[in-house]
Ligand binder design. Structure first.
Ligand SMILES: Nc1ncnc2c1ncn2[C@@H]1O[C@H](COP(=O)(O)OP(=O)(O)OP(=O)(O)O)[C@@H](O)[C@H]1O
Ligand SMILES: [Mg+2]
Length: 608
C-alpha cells in the first residue's frame, strides 16, 4: 500500500470523520464540554461595550435619568450614577472575560494535546505491526509526515477550531442581539449582508483539500531528502552529490511555494471581497440609520450602539471565516489519518493460530514462488526440505534470491504461490510471534537501536542471566572491544553515542542472536564484515551456536559451506543444485563447481 496514493478521499464526509475521532475525544469529554461552556460567555461578553454605549449616550451624555418599571415597581437611576457605574461595569466584565478566556485556553490546550497524543500513540501502535513490504514501498519522509505531522494538524486543531467557532459564534450572536435591540430594521440589513459575505468560503473548499494533499506529499519528500542527506552523508560527499541534494530540496521547496500560492491566488480575494460586501452593508446602514434618527424611530445612542456592534462584529466574523477554512485543512488531515487506521497488514495471524514450540521434524518449501513486484518473480518454483538439526548452506549469484528465501521463514513476506510447511503444518497457520521467537537471525545489514550495548544484546532475550550475557559476548568475540570502551557494556550506541565499525556491529548482532539460542538459526552473510582473525573466532562460536540446531546459512566462507550437511545453489531465483559438497563437486560442469573454482578455491589456498 503506497501512502502517496491515499489522498483523503474521505475528507468531505464530516459525519464519518467526527465519528472516527470521537473515541479519542471521549475520555476527555467532560473537560471538552466545560471548555465549550466557558467559550460561550467569553464570546457573549463581546457585546458588553456596545450594549452599554446606548444608555451611556442616551442618558449620561443626554443628562437624563434612567427610569424603568419592573413588575409595577418603578426604579430610577440618576445620570450621574450611571456615568460612574457604566465604565466600572465595562472594566468588571472585561476582567470576568479575561479570567474565563484563560480558563478556556488552558482547557482547550490540555484536551487537544491529550487527544493528539491518543491519536499518535494509536497510529504508532499500528505502524509497528505494519508489513515489511509497507516499509519497502513508503519512504521515511512520507511515513513521518503521515504518522506525525498529520495527527498534529488533525487533532491539535480540531478542539481549538471548534472552540474558536463557538466563541466567535456567540460573540457574533451577542453583537447581533445588541444590534437587534438597537434597531431591528438595521439589524436585518446587517445580517443579510453578512450571510452574503460567507458565500466565497464554501466555494474554495475543494481547492483547500487538493492543496493540503499536495503539501503532504511535498513535506514527505522534503523529510526523505533530509534523511538521505543524513544517512547517506558520506556517499553524498564522496560522489559530490551535494548539488543533487540541493537541487532536489530546492525543487520541493519551490513546488511547495507554487502549491501554496495557487491556493492564495484563489483564497486571497476572499477577504477583500468580504470587505467590499461589508462596506456596501455599512453604506446602506449609514444612510438608512440617518433616516431612522431624523424620523425619530431611533435614538442617537441606539445608533452609536448599533454601529459599534457592527464594527465589533468584524472580528468574530473574520475569525469564524478563518475557522471554517481552518477546519477544511483539519478535515483533510483527519481524512488522511483515519485512512492509516484502516490499512490492514496483509500478513496476519489466523483466528486460531497455532503456537510454535520448536521444530520436531522438518521445514519444507513446496513449489514456492515469490514476487516483490507483481509479475517479477524473484523465487521460481523452489522445492526444498530441511530436516531438524540439519545445516543448509545457501550459495548463489548476487541478487539471486538467497536473502529473500530466508526472509520467508519469519514471515517478513508471504509466499506468492506454493507453501512453506513446518512439521507438515502451513507456516501461515502458526502465530507469527511464536515462529519469530524461535528463530535467531543475523541479517545481512544489521541494525542496532540507540541504547547501550547491553540493551542491544539483551533484545535477543530480555530475561537472560548475566552469565548468558557474558557467554554471548565471549562467543561473539566482543570482550576485547567492550573492555576498551570507557563505559564498557553500558556504552551508548547509535545517534546518541558511539558508532561501531561494520564488523563490530556484526558481532553485536551475532551476540544478540546467540543469546536468544533458538532452535532455528538464520545467518545471512553473518561473518562477511569480519577480518580473518575475528572471523575464525566468531566462526568457532557460530559452530557452537548451530550445534543441534536447524540452520540456514548464507555464506561466503568455504569452511562454513563445506561443513554444512547440504548446499543449495540458488541462481536467479531457481534452485539449481542441492547436495553435499562432494556430491555437487562431482557434477560435471556443475554450477557449484564453477562457483567453487571462481571463489572458494582461492580461500582454500589462503586458509588451509
Ligand atoms: N524489498 C524488496 N523489494 C523489491 N525487490 C527486492 C527487495 N529485496 C530484494 N529485491 C530483489 O529481489 C532479488 C533478490 O534479492 P535478494 O536480496 O534475495 O538476493 P541475494 O541472493 O540475497 O543477493 P546478495 O547475495 O547480493 O545478498 C533482487 O533482484 C532484488 O533486487
Ligand atoms: Mg542477500
Amino acid at each position: 500500500m503506497k501512502l502517496k496514493d491515499t489522498t483523503a478521499a474521505n475528507s468531505f464526509r464530516y459525519k464519518w470523520l467526527l465519528q472516527r475521532i470521537y473515541p479519542f475525544i471521549k475520555p476527555y469529554m467532560a473537560r471538552v464540554i466545560l471548555g465549550f461552556l466557558v467559550a460561550i460567555p467569553v464570546g457573549a461578553l463581546d457585546g458588553v461595550v456596545a450594549f452599554f454605549l446606548k444608555p451611556y449616550m442616551d442618558y449620561v451624555v443626554g443628562q437624563k435619568d434612567l427610569i424603568f418599571t419592573v413588575f409595577n415597581h418603578t426604579f430610577s437611576i440618576s445620570w450621574s450614577s450611571l456615568a460612574l457605574s457604566i465604565p466600572f461595569l465595562v472594566i468588571l466584565f472585561a476582567v470576568i472575560q479575561g479570567v474565563l478566556r484563560y480558563l478556556n485556553s488552558y482547557l482547550t490546550d490540555w484536551t487537544s494535546q491529550k487527544i493528539t497524543n491518543g491519536v499518535k500513540i494509536a497510529l504508532f501502535n499500528k505502524l509497528v505491526y505494519m508489513d515489511t513490504s509497507f516499509f519497502d514501498e513508503n519512504t521515511s519522509g512520507v511515513i513521518i509526515t503521515r504518522y506525525l505531522t498529520d495527527p498534529d494538524t488533525a487533532s491539535l486543531g480540531i478542539i481549538n477550531n471548534l472552540k474558536s467557532a463557538l466563541t466567535s459564534s456567540f460573540g457574533a450572536a451577542s453583537l447581533i442581539a445588541v444590534m437587534l435591540y438597537s434597531s431591528w430594521r438595521l439589524a436585518i440589513i446587517g445580517v443579510a449582508v453578512l450571510c452574503i459575505a460567507f458565500v466565497p468560503v464554501a466555494i474554495i473548499r475543494k481547492k483547500i483539500k487538493s492543496t493540503s494533499n499536495k503539501n503532504m506529499v511535498i513535506g514527505g519528500n522534503i523529510t526523505t531528502n533530509f534523511n538521505e542527506t543524513y544517512a547517506g552523508n558520506k556517499v553524498m560527499r564522496a560522489y559530490g552529490l551535494e548539488e543533487r541534494q540541493k537541487t532536489l530540496f530546492n525543487k520541493q521547496i519551490h513546488l511547495g511555494f507554487d502549491n501554496n500560492m495557487s491556493l492564495v491566488k484563489r483564497a486571497g480575494w476572499m477577504s477583500p471581497l468580504m470587505y467590499l460586501i461589508a462596506s456596501f452593508g455599512i453604506a446602506i446602514v449609514l444612510g438608512y440609520g440617518t433616516h431612522l434618527i431624523t424620523t425619530g424611530k431611533m435614538t442617537a445612542g441606539g445608533f452609536a450602539s448599533f454601529v459599534t456592534s457592527l464594527l465589533l462584529l468584524y472580528k468574530p466574523i473574520k475569525t469564524l471565516g478563518q475557522t471554517l477554512t481552518g477546519l477544511q485543512t483539519i478535515f483533510v488531515a483527519m481524512g488522511r489519518v483515519f485512512e492509516l487506521f484502516d490499512i490492514k497488514p496483509e500478513l496476519t495471524n489466523k483466528p486460531n493460530a497455532i503456537t510454535f514450540n520448536g521444530l520436531n521434524n522438518s521445514i519444507e518449501f513446496k513449489n514456492v514462488n515469490f514476487e516483490y513486484v507483481e509479475n517479477h518473480r524473484v523465487l521460481k518454483n523452489i522445492n526444498l526440505k530441511i530436516n531438524k538439526n540439519e545445516t543448509l548452506a545457501i550459495v548463489g549469484n548476487s541478487g539471486g534470491g538467497k536473502s529473500t528465501l530466508v526472509n520467508l521463514l519469519p514471515r517478513f513476506y508471504d509466499v506468492t504461490t506454493g507453501s512453506i510447511t513446518i512439521d507438515g503444518i502451513d507456516l501461515k497457520d502458526y502465530s507469527m510471534n511464536s515462529i519469530r521467537q524461535n528463530i535467531s537471525m543475523v541479517f545481512q545489514d544489521n541494525f542496532l537501536f540507540s541504547g547501550t550495548i547491553r540493551e542491544n544484546i539483551l533484545m535477543g532475550k530480555p530475561d537472560a542471566t548475566e552469565e548468558e550475557l557474558q557467554n554471548a559476548i565471549q562467543s561473539a568475540h566482543l570482550e576485547e572491544m567492550i573492555a576498551e570502551l570507557p563505559d564498557g557494556i553500558e556504552t551508548l550506541l547509535g545517534e546518541r553515542g558511539l558508532t561501531l565499525s561494520g564488523g563490530q556491529r556484526q558481532r553485536v548482532a551475532i551476540a544478540r542472536a546467540m543469546i536468544r539460542n533458538s532452535s532455528i538459526v538464520i545467518l545471512d552473510e553473518a561473518t562477511s564484515a569480519l577480518d580473518n582473525k575475528s572471523e575464525a573466532v566468531v566462526q568457532k562460536a557460530l559452530d557452537n551456536l548451530i550445534k543441534n540446531k536447524t540452520v540456514f546459512v548464507i555464506a561466503h566462507r568455504l569452511s562454513t559451506i563445506k561443513n554444512a550437511n547440504r548446499i543449495a545453489v540458488i541462481n536467479d531465483g531457481e534452485l539449481v543444485e542441492l547436495g553435499s559438497h562432494d556430491e555437487l563437486m562431482s557434477i560435471p560442469n556443475g554450477q557449484y563447481k564453477a562457483l567453487y573454482d571462481m571463489q572458494f578455491k582461492k580461500q582454500e589456498a589462503v586458509s588451509y
